[in-house]
Design a binder for this molecule. Structure first.
Ligand SMILES: Cc1cc2nc3c(=O)[nH]c(=O)nc-3n(C[C@H](O)[C@H](O)[C@H](O)COP(=O)(O)O)c2cc1C
Length: 176
């Protein structure tokens, strides 16, 4: 793959080489660092830019206080402020979005990030970690906020190691 990229940049391969056309962003939110581990594994294998979404006001360290705040925000449809943002978002065409499942859906601050960006024309790959709910319940928000994107099959990566991540990326056509 590296050879292909280098040669294409040197003009030795036709520009139809889609690997060379890729500009990958791995963006994630992680409250207790589980999803961060999965994001790191994806980034290690895909390259590109890794970006962590931070809420401007951190969620509490206590589990029950966090679940209460999350529940309040989810039922009110709150989009809590985030700190910082991805530069030149428009330049990325492959965007991984990672998050813990909260109340069977995306955490509100992830909705903040998604609603702040235009995903039309991009390839979006959601991934999550969870206590067992899996990714399905979060797909309503992914579909809603990533209008116009080509959304690949998402995956719950709870407990996944490098080999599992690699074969998943391979199965969705992103790695040789
Ligand atoms: C506010 C909150 C709500 C949660 N809701 C769910 C849920 O609905 N289903 C589930 O399987 N796990 C749920 N969990 C567990 C997390 O999804 C799981 O622990 C995840 O791996 C944490 O990822 P993180 O370490 O990246 O924050 C919830 C955790 C929190 C803090």
């Amino acid at each position: 793959m590296e050879n292909g990229v280098v040669q294409t940049r040197n003009g030795a391969l036709p520009v139809t080489d889609t690997v060379a056309d890729r500009n990958v962003l791995v963006v994630y939110f992680s409250h207790t660092n589980t999803t961060e581990g999965a994001a790191n594994l994806i980034h290690q294998q895909m390259g590109g830019t890794l970006f962590e979404i931070y809420p401007a006001e951190d969620y509490p360290s206590s589990y029950s206080a966090t679940t209460q705040r999350a529940q309040r925000e989810i039922s009110a449809g709150t989009l809590p402020a985030m700190t910082g943002d991805v530069e030149n978002f428009e330049n990325y065409n492959v965007v991984f979005i990672g998050y813990p499942i909260w109340w069977d859906t995306t955490p509100p601050v992830v909705n903040t990030f998604l609603s702040a960006h235009d995903f039309a024309g991009k390839t979006v790959i959601p991934f999550c970690t969870s206590g067992g709910s899996g990714i399905r319940g979060s797909m309503t928000n992914i579909n809603r906020y990533c209008a116009g994107a080509s959304i690949l099959s998402g995956r719950d990566l709870t407990g996944a190691g490098a080999d599992t991540v690699r074969s998943w990326l391979n199965s969705i056509g992103l790695l040789p």
